[in-house]
Design a protein around this ligand. Structure first.
Ligand SMILES: Cc1cc2nc3c(=O)[nH]c(=O)nc-3n(C[C@H](O)[C@H](O)[C@H](O)COP(=O)(O)OP(=O)(O)OC[C@H]3O[C@@H](n4cnc5c(N)ncnc54)[C@H](O)[C@@H]3O)c2cc1C
Length: 329
């Protein structure tokens, strides 16, 4: 690990000043479960680490029925999992957080950190960047070990998958997040937070150096049924192979509005807009849920070794829809 300076501000203004204007200058430290492992392998080499745990206003989870759920970026996955209002109104979020199998990660990992965590792609983690190439310029992902890579959104050069399990349910629930910088604060839909890098100097989110995610707001669930379904290789400490988070508004037994967002299958959480539109006006049953699953992966372009993920994503959508409406794990 490269030597670094450690700062622990207690206000967001101090933190923003300490972060500076370049990624090389400083990185935000929350629970450290991702950043520190990346620093140990020289995947991140900031001159300064700005620990934001002392900023009280980014802590905690609050729920008011009329305004919804406020998640401080520093609230931990455990706090989310244990929150009674989250459990009853936003099961898709609690299921996604609960999917992070390790109690240590749940206790230390924060909600903001989950959204901002860097790709788990093994080429990226080994210092080869987003678009790894061999000496002759051949794409290492496409000709190599791509079994955990993207099956959607991979028409450009990037083929890693977004690692965040909380991104998909937050997008399906229509959540927004608030970002703080030296210019003040701005709120934007979580759906606009993630982006596919076009060059090595980009990041996987729209965050710029010197910006901090402070809180996330989830609108009142009301009658919105929601669920997340994950498919994993085994019940172990690893990221899912494919997930689906759905939010469904029903009217007289039929779908009035739907959102379907896939996780771990594309460089960003994958909003299956057409599949959700096609569900409108239909009742939910095995048949319509299966159709939605098929529609969600209709545009998949699997790589040489990850064709199996298409079926997993299809099934995840079907089961998330059925669970949202009929209950079940
Ligand atoms: C074994 C293992 C299994 C895991 N399984 C899963 C899984 O199944 N699904 C899943 O989603 N995740 C999984 N994770 C990842 C885990 O959820 C994240 O590591 C954790 O949520 C990150 O939170 P943190 O507070 O520790 O972030 P940190 O490590 O402190 O930070 C992570 C990154 O986010 C940035 N950052 C953090 N907070 C902010 C903020 N508020 N504003 C701006 N930037 C910020 C940091 O600069 C850094 O780049 C797993 C991790 C491990 C080690």
């Amino acid at each position: 690990m490269k030597a670094f300076e450690y700062a622990s501000p207690t206000t967001k203004e101090q933190a923003i000043q300490l972060l500076g204007a370049q990624w090389e200058e400083a990185e935000v430290l929350a629970g450290g479960t991702d950043l520190l492992s990346l620093m140990k392998t020289f995947g991140a080499t900031p001159k300064r680490v700005v620990d934001i745990q002392g900023i009280q206003e980014f802590q905690g989870i609050d729920y008011i029925a009329s305004s919804g759920l406020r998640l401080g970026a520093l609230a931990t996955l455990s706090e989310l999992i244990d929150h009674p209002a989250a459990q009853s109104n936003y099961p898709s979020l609690v299921q996604a957080a609960g999917g992070v199998r390790s109690q240590q990660i749940q206790s230390f990992g924060t909600i903001g950190g989950d959204l901002c965590q860097r790709p788990r792609c093994w080429y990226f983690r080994n210092g080869l960047g987003y678009f790894p190439k061999d000496a002759s310029g051949q794409d290492l992902v496409r000709q190599g070990e791509n079994q955990y890579h993207a099956i959607l959104g991979n028409s450009g050069e990037a083929a890693f998958v977004s690692a965040s399990s909380l991104g998909p349910p937050l997008i399906a629930l229509g959540a927004t997040l608030r970002i703080f910088s030296k210019d003040g604060s701005r709120e934007l839909p979580v759906a606009e937070f993630f982006r596919t890098p076009q060059q090595e100097s980009d990041r996987e989110t729209i965050l710029k150096p010197g910006e901090i995610v402070g809180e996330i707001h989830v609108p009142p669930a009301g009658q919105v049924r929601n669920a997340t379904y994950e498919v994993r290789e085994k019940e172990a400490l690893d990221w899912p192979l494919a997930t689906a988070s759905v939010a469904l508004k029903l009217s007289e037994g039929n779908v009035a509005q739907a959102r379907i967002v896939l996780g771990h299958v594309a460089p960003i959480p994958w909003n299956a807009v057409q599949a959700a539109k096609d569900l409108a006006g239909k009742p939910i049953d095995e048949g319509t849920a299966a159709e939605a699953g098929a529609a969600a992966v209709a545009g998949a372009t699997p790589l040489s070794r990850n064709g199996y993920k298409v079926q997993l994503a299809r099934v995840a959508v079907k089961r998330a829809i059925l669970n949202a409406v009929m209950g079940g794990a």
